[in-house]
Design a protein around this ligand. Structure first.
Ligand SMILES: NC(=O)c1ccc[n+]([C@@H]2O[C@H](COP(=O)([O-])OP(=O)(O)OC[C@H]3O[C@@H](n4cnc5c(N)ncnc54)[C@H](O)[C@@H]3O)[C@@H](O)[C@H]2O)c1
Ligand SMILES: Nc1nc(=O)c(N)c(NC[C@H](O)[C@H](O)[C@H](O)COP(=O)(O)O)[nH]1
Length: 224
């Protein structure tokens, strides 16, 4: 499984404001780049925090890219995946529409009635190892591989991105750094979670690109 993490942050490392409201950090050139990365993926994964905060759709914006995928025998849009230990995804979330398959990775403690409601709303609920707080991302990625996902794009938020690094599953990172300061000690950052105190993931800088009024930094993740 090849895992690509993508996010947009302010120059001070924040993904959103302390109110966890979605914020336009990049612009049209960067959204087009994100659409290209999505088009290359079999699935796009976010945490339930992002679903609750942003209600994203996670489909392709460019019709040409959908057509090209269909021509290659792939689904028009990548599948959508929510890491959601307790099944908190709202049943009216946009990701549950029929534009693409949607997998919810939940822990065994999610009540049967909640699973049924989410399945009735259009999700495929997949039980993976985990507790009431975190599902095991290694196990979740294994479950996605069994469903034909070879290339996964992770679109945040900060808790999930940290967990992906902690689980050692990230192959590439692309960060758009917007020319703005958001501030706030409680605002989400690129990697939240517990934080590392040793064995920090090391990255190799593979590219820089100026887009809109900011810059995209591209990295490969080192093997140690
Ligand atoms: N700028 C960007 O590129 C971008 C992208 C995505 C989200 N965001 C912003 O990030 C914020 C949401 O991020 P967040 O960090 O609060 O939530 P998140 O999307 O990272 O989801 C975290 C939640 O997922 C659940 N979870 C289950 N298993 C987990 C695991 N193994 N590791 C971590 N969490 C696990 C937990 O309930 C946890 O609270 C919003 O403000 C949103 O606007 C910004
Ligand atoms: N590239 C980028 N620039 C930004 O300024 C910004 N705020 C995000 N944020 C990413 C986040 O994951 C969003 O929720 C999805 O980009 C929404 O996806 P949809 O358009 O609903 O499919 N991404």
């Amino acid at each position: 499984m090849h895992v690509v993490v993508n996010a947009a942050q302010s120059v001070d490392g924040k993904l959103a404001t302390r109110r966890r409201e979605q914020l336009r950090i990049s612009g049209t050139e960067d959204f087009d780049r994100v659409d290209r990365v999505r088009a290359a993926a079999d699935a796009v994964l976010v945490g339930v925090g992002t679903v609750i905060a942003d209600d994203p759709h996670l489909t392709l914006d460019e019709e040409d890219r959908r057509v090209e995928r269909l021509r290659n025998g792939r689904p028009g849009n990548p599948a959508r995946v929510v890491v959601d230990s307790t099944g908190r995804t709202p049943t009216d979330a946009r990701i549950l529409d029929d534009a693409a398959a949607t997998y919810l990775l939940v822990a065994a403690s999610t009540p049967a009635a909640r699973r049924e409601a989410l399945e009735a709303a259009g999700a495929e609920v997949v039980t993976v190892e985990g507790d009431g707080e975190h599902v095991d991302l290694g196990a979740g990625i294994g479950a996605l591989a069994e469903r034909g996902v070879d290339r996964l794009m992770v679109e945040g938020g900060g808790e999930i991105i940290y967990s992906c690094f902690d689980a050692g599953v990230v192959d590439e990172l692309h960060v758009y750094v917007g020319s703005m300061v958001i501030g706030g000690r409680d605002a989400p950052t690129l990697a939240d979670g517990e934080g590392f105190t040793e064995s920090f993931p090391r990255l190799d800088l593979t590219g820089t690109e100026r887009l809109d009024d900011g810059i995209v930094l591209s990295y490969e993740v080192g093997s140690d």
